[in-house]
Design a protein. Structure first.
Length: 248
């Protein structure tokens, strides 16, 4: 008889275990990636079964309270999320520094007895987000010493205008160098330069490099120009030219 009562109790216990709120079995979201687009923070995460997205937090310190959230005084972004959302891009632009990011998920199966509140919620792992300072913009001076950014035309021979590059397409322009391809225009100076004829040929390559601060102008400047004439003009050789703050 005692054995029968034990089996009945065990069976009843099994029913009770199966009837526990789903929130006790739910898990936290998993933050998989953080980044930024022009200093606008972004993130992506996965949601376990039965959990929906609630909010995303970004703070300047990883310290948090007993409920898992970051301390309010350190929070710089607190954005509500759509329930099924698993990626995010902020409209706020952050200053360069290191931040800490996590996402809160909420039990979607109904209210339970979680200690955090009437419905269970779960904070994801936290990832660090480092936003680097924006590199200073660099320029190439024109013949008058004025700063130009990705110019379409560069007059190489400022003194007489007998050589220039036109319709330049820049494949790269960084804080340390620039590379492009354009049309090579030159004066054949036959019989003399002032009576010569101008010609053009596509495929000229130009590289700008060696950055310095142009104190007299107040901007960062590329100070060397390497010009490689088109391969179809083998008699013209590559050459390097200095670009001063008052390039002429």
């Amino acid at each position: 008889m005692a054995r029968g009562r034990w089996v009945a109790a065990a069976a009843l216990a099994g029913v009770v275990l199966l009837a526990l709120p789903a929130s006790s079995l739910a898990a936290a979201p998993v933050l998989t990636r953080v980044g930024n687009v022009q200093r606008h923070p972004s993130a992506a995460w996965t949601l376990p079964t039965g959990v929906t997205s609630d909010v995303i937090e970004i703070a300047t310190k990883p310290d948090g309270g007993s409920d898992g959230s970051f301390f309010t005084e350190n929070v710089v972004v607190f954005d509500p999320l759509q329930p099924t959302q698993t990626s995010w891009l902020s409209s706020k632009q952050l200053r360069p520094r290191t931040y800490y990011v996590h996402v809160k998920g909420e039990d979607s199966s109904g209210c339970g007895s979680e200690p955090q509140g009437p419905c269970g919620f779960f904070w994801s792992n936290a990832l660090t987000l480092t936003i680097a300072p924006t590199p200073p913009k660099v320029y190439a001076p024109d013949c008058g010493g004025r700063p130009r950014y990705k110019p379409r035309t560069i007059i190489v021979a400022c003194g007489d205008g007998n050589l220039w590059l036109q319709a330049i397409t820049w494949s790269s322009w960084t804080s340390s160098s620039a590379k492009g391809v354009g049309v090579y225009h030159w004066n054949d100076c036959i019989p003399q330069c002032y009576r010569g004829h101008f010609h053009s040929r596509v495929g000229a390559r130009v590289t700008l490099y060696r950055v310095t601060r142009c104190v007299s102008k107040g901007f960062m400047q590329l100070t060397r120009m390497r010009v490689t004439p088109p391969a179809s003009l083998p008699r013209f050789k590559p050459f390097t030219q200095r670009l001063s703050c008052t390039f002429r």
